[in-house]
Design a protein around this ligand. Structure first.
Ligand code: TYM
Length: 341
């Protein structure tokens, strides 16, 4: 790691989330946001709503506007405290795009083409309907991270390859042009790194799933989430046991239960000893709904006052911009770009 680039004092963390839907889902929370909330207590934390990344799904302008603010409201409702962390919108800090271009010029075409998320998504829609932004998406993500000299990046398992690319690009830059970037590590909590779809428990819970019936949305009414959990796919056995390979549905429900109650998987299994799948689903539904009720209420309350949210974002953008502009300047200097006088 390049010691010159490590900021003095607390370690830095940075992460981002896309405002592509009206609501985040339980996978986003357990896989990432919950760690964001913990890390803001001990780290110099930067968290952004990555609206530029969301452009890759070509959203309606009205929806993008509403979802960006709804994302900020949910993040605060879930426990981010703007006094403890820097919460901002990616597009408010132009250095993200500027560094992304520099990194694009250091990334191999084949290297970018090997990103599995890009391969999956582009294979689904075909080359002519895949936008170039989807191809360069991980490079913009690398810029998000490297600009803040982040030591850790709290994300779910699906982002591991993008963090690897970020490390490769940071190292490549440093070795070509001199120490400029801190090389970050992924911060991936194994126990909740992958929450699966309730209807297709071998696939991750995802905002882009064809059907939303297996996705627990934080902003949905309690009845809707209860219904979804009660209809979760299980198996033809009767035993409540954690076995991801043979009992993906039951294991996913146990993972959710264990993550929200903070009990170990073994203790969670013990809670259901001798009980049936109906009991498991009812209890998991109660735990999820009780957990989400105050979050949803708080987010809705925050959305009543957009001026307040905007003032938080203004401050966040100023703090983020100061750090990002400095790193961009160092990177430009290192590669030989003449500063404007
Ligand atoms: P996004 O918005 O798709 O996902 C946000 C976070 O949620 C995690 N996640 C999950 N975790 C566990 N189980 C799931 N089923 C599940 N689904 C999603 C993701 O791993 C992610 O941490 N590319 C990033 C956005 C980004 C970013 C960044 C992240 C842009 N710039 C810089 C970190 C640092 C993404 O996947 O967003």
């Amino acid at each position: 790691m390049m010691s010159e680039a490590v900021p003095a004092g607390r370690e830095r963390v940075l992460s981002g989330i896309q405002p592509t839907h009206d609501s985040f889902h339980l996978g986003n929370y357990l896989g990432a946001i919950r760690q964001w909330v913990e890390l803001q207590k001990t780290h110099d934390a930067f968290y952004c709503v990555v609206d530029l990344h969301a452009l890759t799904v070509e959203p309606e302008p009205k929806a993008l506007r509403a979802r960006t603010l709804a994302s900020v409201a949910q993040l605060i409702a879930l426990g981010l405290d703007p006094e403890k962390c820097t919460l901002f919108i990616q597009s408010h800090v132009p250095a993200h795009n500027q560094l992304a271009w520099v990194l694009e010029c250091l990334t191999g075409f084949g290297e970018a083409g090997r990103m599995t998320q890009f391969k999956d998504k582009s294979q689904k829609s075909g080359a002519d309907r895949t936008v170039v932004g989807l191809f360069t998406y991980p490079i913009l993500q690398a810029a998000d991270i490297l600009l803040y000299q982040a030591n850790k990046v709290p994300v779910g398992e699906d982002q591991r390859q993008h963090i690897e690319l970020t490390r490769d690009l940071g190292q490549r830059f440093n070795s070509k042009f001199g120490p400029t970037f801190t090389i970050p590590e992924g911060y991936i909590i194994k126990a909740a790194a992958k929450i699966n779809d309730l209807q297709d428990p071998t696939a991750k819970m995802s905002k882009s799933s064809a059907s939303q019936s297996g996705v627990i949305e934080l902003m949905d009414a309690p009845e809707i989430n209860t219904k979804k959990i009660k209809s979760a796919v299980t198996d033809t056995e009767r035993e409540i046991r954690f076995d991801e390979k043979n009992k993906a549905g039951v294991s996913n429900l146990l993972t959710i239960y264990s993550a929200l109650t903070k009990k170990s998987i073994a203790d969670s299994e013990a809670d259901f000893a001798g009980k049936g799948y109906g009991d498991l689903k009812t209890t998991v539904a109660e735990v999820v709904v009780d957990y989400l009720k105050p979050v949803r209420a708080k987010a809705l309350e925050l959305l009543q006052d957009p001026a307040h949210l905007n003032s938080i974002l203004k401050l966040g953008a100023e703090k983020a911009d100061a750090v990002a502009t400095k790193t961009l300047k160092d990177a430009y200097d290192a590669i030989g770009i003449i500063p404007r006088n």
